[in-house]
Write a protein that binds this ligand. Structure first.
Ligand code: GUN
Length: 301
């Protein structure tokens, strides 16, 4: 098994965070205030709490103003909308992130529509989704996970994916759909597969690039991977690991890594692949938002 095949998402993420961190002092000097990121979480979902805490912490480490709003699980939609409007109007806040999923009484679509598109560092608002879908990702905020996955892919294969076929497994608004759009912008030939797709394994075997974003532990096997393909595994699944002791768990992706690395030319591990890139791209998007609000040209990531 060749270690060279393992794509190091942690190292790539550290490079992005470094670029952000280095840009902050000059921007702060120029504008009189640091970039500001507000993260909002509703309820007590433990995984969401961990994600939101690490986003807020990383923002501080980048030299940002970092604000965290924790709302009770029974928060009314109108109250969340009011908070979003306040953050839209707050000049010290350049990026707003409302952690998903939201509790049942809140319509997430309505909330995402309320976020000022120029502060929508998650890229989930219809304006940003539309800019990406119409082929203008440089004007949009691109959702952090697919943006990070694209950087790893660019490191492996270069900017131009002309002539290459990509199968995206998963059609979510957060990953699958924006990923497919980004691959199209890079000239790949794209198939979006999902739970209703017939013979997914055969389809994956045709792909030069496999993007796995289904949330099913190790669903894609080594035999589903074409020799020499690049595999980007977006899945983060916690499974029981009795071999580590009673009650222990471990994280695995949507791809059976040990099998797939035997056939892939490059593959992201879980953990340590796409995961660290998501948070790094959130920092990059927040920095970009602050540059744009000052009428300045942001760095390219
Ligand atoms: N839930 C899962 N992934 C994400 C993400 O990237 N952003 C937000 N806001 N919520 C999420």
């Amino acid at each position: 098994m060749s270690e060279g095949k393992r794509i190091d998402g942690k190292a790539a993420a550290a490079r992005i965070v470094d670029t952000v961190r280095q840009a902050v002092p000059a921007l702060t000097n120029e504008t009189g205030a640091p970039p500001g990121l507000a993260v909002v979480i509703v309820g007590e979902d433990p995984a969401s709490q961990v994600y939101v805490a690490s986003k807020a912490k990383m923002a501080l480490e980048c030299g940002f103003k970092s604000v965290k709003h924790v709302l009770p699980a029974d928060t009314a939609e109108d109250d969340l909308l009011d908070l979003v409007r306040d953050l839209n109007a707050d000049g010290s806040i350049h990026g707003i992130l409302v952690q998903l999923p939201l509790p049942k009484q809140i319509n997430a679509t309505e909330v995402l529509r309320e976020i000022d598109p120029s502060k929508d560092v998650d890229g989930f608002s219809p304006i940003n989704a539309g800019l990406l879908a119409t082929g203008s990702p440089e004007e949009a905020f691109v959702p952090c996970t697919p943006a990070g996955a694209m950087i790893l892919l660019r490191d492996a294969l270069g900017e131009d994916l002309s002539g290459r076929t990509a199968v995206v497994v998963g059609r979510s608004n957060i990953v699958g759909k924006p990923m497919a759009q980004l691959l199209l912008v890079a000239n790949a030939t794209v198939i979006v597969a999902h739970s209703r797709t017939k013979d997914l394994a055969a389809l994956c075997r045709t792909a030069d690039i496999v993007i796995a974003a289904v949330g099913r532990p190790e669903m894609i096997r080594g035999t589903d991977i074409k020799e020499g393909a690049v595999v980007i595994d977006v899945g983060i699944n916690r499974i029981d690991a009795p071999e580590r002791g009673e009650g222990k768990t471990r994280l695995v992706g949507d791809v059976a890594y040990d099998e797939a690395i035997e056939r892939a030319s490059a593959i992201t591990p879980v953990p340590g692949g796409v995961g660290p890139m998501t948070i790094a791209m959130l920092m990059a998007n927040t920095l970009t938002a602050a540059y744009r609000s000052a009428g300045l040209q942001p760095p390219r990531f």
